[in-house]
Design a protein around this ligand. Structure first.
Ligand SMILES: [Fe+2]
Length: 273
């Protein structure tokens, strides 16, 4: 049977890659240390496959066709289209169609209605953390893309339910795979809005504190009412909520929180024990 061997979360602000050479040394080193820490943990967990949660930054979907949740079940996935991600490897990225299909079937049997795709292209949302983690070998990837760009979106309560569903699906997968969950995005940031570049450090710290404590009632209340004021990029915290649900609501270990105006993002990194 498969085993859920690790749950991780990381921000993915594109300027972390695009402007890497222009960032102050101390910031660049601190960001690198956080991603490397996650990479070491994932490598140490001997992960065969990653269920990777992230938004689609208009790479696969647009307003004419925008699934709330889409599971990638292709043999492989296309690499990032962004010029600043051109060195990403491997490209294409190996998929895990059997695990992806099992998650899809488990979801459909349990009252969830995700979309599916045999042909996704994965942008900086998933690929930036994956590349910066410095994994010696890229595990097979089952991407789950969640609409976090255009309202209406999944409720945070539903994100927690999705997490529990993923835990059930991985536990019931009959192959002997070591599976990790990687949630990407957030925390507070604002893109293309009048508040572009604003980081709500108070919100971020309260959010992280809520995840760390693990108490779902106050966390849900805070996210449902507070996230909308933390910039449109904060919608990506839904991925963290899915990971939190997959962890059974237990608290996580904060690896680092770096409010970095240079990359417009309150950058956070965590691992659920
Ligand atoms: Fe994003």
């Amino acid at each position: 049977m498969a085993e859920l061997v690790g749950i991780y979360a990381a921000s993915h602000g594109p300027l972390i890659a695009r402007d890497r050479g222009r960032l102050p040394d101390a910031l660049r080193q601190r960001l690198s240390a956080a991603y490397s820490d996650l990479g070491r943990r994932m490598d140490g967990a001997r992960v065969d496959a990653i269920v990777a949660l992230g938004p689609d930054h208009w790479t696969n979907f647009f307003l004419d066709n925008l699934p709330a949740v889409c599971i990638g079940i292709g043999e492989e996935h296309g690499g990032p289209p962004e010029p600043f991600m051109r060195d990403f490897a491997p490209n294409p990225i190996p998929g895990d169609p059997a695990l992806g299909r099992h998650i899809l079937e488990t979801a459909l049997a349990d009252g969830f209605e995700p979309a599916l795709s045999y042909r996704l292209r994965l942008d900086h949302g998933l690929c930036l953390p994956l590349s910066r983690m410095g994994l010696p070998r890229m595990p097979r990837l089952v991407p789950i893309l969640i609409n976090e760009l255009e309202p209406p979106m999944l409720s945070y309560r539903r994100c927690l339910a999705w997490g529990r569903l993923l835990r059930t699906a991985i536990a019931s997968y009959p192959e002997p795979a070591r599976v990790a969950i990687l949630a990407t995005g957030g925390l507070s940031h604002s893109i293309g809005e009048p508040t572009m570049g604003a980081i709500d450090e108070d919100f971020d710290r309260r959010c992280l504190d809520g995840f760390a404590k693990g108490d779902e009632g106050p966390l849900l209340d805070f996210l449902e009412h507070g996230a909308a004021g933390a910039g449109n990029g904060a919608h990506e915290i839904r991925n963290w909520a899915v990971a939190h649900g997959a962890a059974g609501g237990r608290g996580f270990e904060l690896i680092d929180y770096i409010p970095a105006p240079e990359v417009y993002v309150g950058c956070a990194y965590a691992a659920w024990a």
